[in-house]
Design a protein around this ligand. Sequence first.
Ligand code: F6P
Length: 323
Amino acid sequence: IKTVAVLTSGGDAPGMNAAIRAVVRTANSLGLECYGVREGYNGLIHGDFTKMGPRSVKNIINEGGTILKSARSSEFKTPEGRDKAFENCKKHNIDALVCIGGDGSFTGAKVFNEEYGLPVIGVPGTIDNDIFGTDNTIGYDTALNTAMEAIDKIRDTATSHNRVFFVEVMGRDAGFIALNSGIATGALDILIPEQKDSMEELFGTFRKAEKVGKSSSIVVVAEGEKLGNIYDLAKATKDEFPNFDIRVAVLGHIQRGGSPSCADRVLASKMGYGAVMGLVEGKSKVMVGVKSNRLIYTPIEEAIKKHNEIDKDLLKISEILAM
Ligand code: F6P
């Protein structure tokens, strides 16, 4: 291969810039040309390509977001959209595509490869950590720390006012951010989609907390939690415990922003490097990942279909430690 293109797709994640930098500079070190594609697959479709060299990625390793911008492209889901995208790849002599994103983005890359044969490699970038084939995804560690710091602040005010807080964190259908930020902030309870919860259990936990003399508490709720939306949970709790002073905080998109943590910068650097090396070695339709500190490659369909197991022991540990 002589020319690679790199794009970021789906929800942005802190560390995507570090991954772009690693792709561009690794490509350069191997004498490859590199194009950045703006706004994910939309840029492929609309021909929004920019030639990138080592200096185009200066001063971005510490920046949140993605300099290439990102999008969830509905046009790329159509055969016509993908056809236009391939025409633009041909026009720029692209031999391989690095796609930094989550499982939706990998599905696009997989279909594109199957239809047109263009080698593709996925780099897992999402705060949700819901991708198989890597211990962590780029952005997860930073988001986790952002959530933790925010919940710490909520704890201050919860304690001062003897309040119960329901705090919603992101994660789409996965509970990684909720479980780990909940443990780290000493949450009374953590509600995640991977675990069947009931209101009765939650009420039981509140009763125990009252008994042991807790005057304030935090319940961390994953956005994908199946019990109900956070406002309904708060209302049902208020109906059961009319003496509770309850507040709801939805952390939202602050979890997607900010300067990437050291762990995310290192991970992104390793994966960006691994993506280009993988392509040069002839790998395609795989996702690069890091497991036990080692670069590994997983067939992209496996990365999409399988899921990392949540550490259920942590739930048990959190229950013990909360009282
Ligand atoms: O996948 C990342 C993520 O932040 C999820 O945690 C969340 O469900 C979703 O994206 C939000 O998407 P949007 O930015 O389109 O509202």
